[in-house]
Design a protein around this ligand. Structure first.
Ligand code: FES
Length: 103
């Protein structure tokens, strides 16, 4: 583990996950929600009406943060921990992967 300077926090082992098709650095002990945020977008999914949603309760209760993880839609990003090689996709509606920009 690596200590973050000045904060007394330790970060887990570096791993690589794929977020919306792009290899992205993540750290063991982090949630899928953190990996999505680190990828540069706070949303984890869009509603059927196209409104973005993301973390709300942060503890597995509200299901606002669902994403597609390793092909499984409806996975709560806030209570699912990253692992090396995990494939994470933002979710569109009840289960489809969000279309790539321009696609
Ligand atoms: S933010 Fe509420 S279940 Fe994940």
């Amino acid at each position: 583990m690596k200590r973050l300077p000045g904060h007394g926090l330790r970060r887990g082992q570096a791993v690589t996950v794929t977020v919306d098709g792009e290899p992205t650095a993540a750290y063991l002990g982090e949630s899928v929600a953190v990996a999505l945020m680190a990828h540069g977008d706070l949303s984890t999914r869009a509603t059927k009406g196209g409104e973005n949603r993301g973390l709300f309760c942060g503890m597995g209760v509200c299901f606002d943060c669902v994403a597609v993880v390793d092909g499984v839609p409806g996975t709560r990003a806030c209570v699912t921990w990253v692992r090396d090689g995990m494939v994470i996709e933002r979710q569109d509606g009840p289960g489809a992967r969000r279309a790539a920009p321009g696609g």
